[in-house]
Write a protein that binds this ligand. Structure first.
Ligand SMILES: [Zn+2]
Length: 77
C-alpha cells in the first residue's frame, strides 16, 4: 500500500545524511504526477485517483523505483 511505501521512504530519509540526496528527494516529491487512466493531477499521498478512483499503487512503485535509481540505493545495498 502507498502508506507502507511512504513509511519506507521516510525511514530512508532518516538514514540519509547526504544533503544532495535530500534535495533530490524533495524535488522528486514536488514533481507533478498524473493518473495513468484519466490524466488527473495526483498529489503525493493519494492512494487512488480522486477523479476516477484508479488504484495508484503501481504508479507509486514506478515512482519509488525511479527515485531509488536516482539515489543509487540499489547499488549501495
Ligand atoms: Zn484517474
Amino acid at each position: 500500500m502507498a502508506n507502507g511505501l511512504l513509511e519506507t521512504l521516510t525511514a530512508k530519509f532518516n538514514d540519509m545524511n547526504n544533503q544532495s540526496n535530500m534535495s533530490k528527494v524533495l524535488a522528486f516529491l514536488s514533481e507533478s504526477r498524473f493518473c495513468t487512466d484519466c490524466d488527473t493531477r495526483i498529489r503525493f499521498g493519494d492512494i487512488d485517483c480522486p477523479h476516477c478512483g484508479f488504484d495508484l499503487e503501481d504508479l507509486y512503485m514506478q515512482w519509488a523505483n525511479k527515485l531509488l535509481n536516482e539515489l543509487n540505493w540499489e547499488d549501495e545495498n
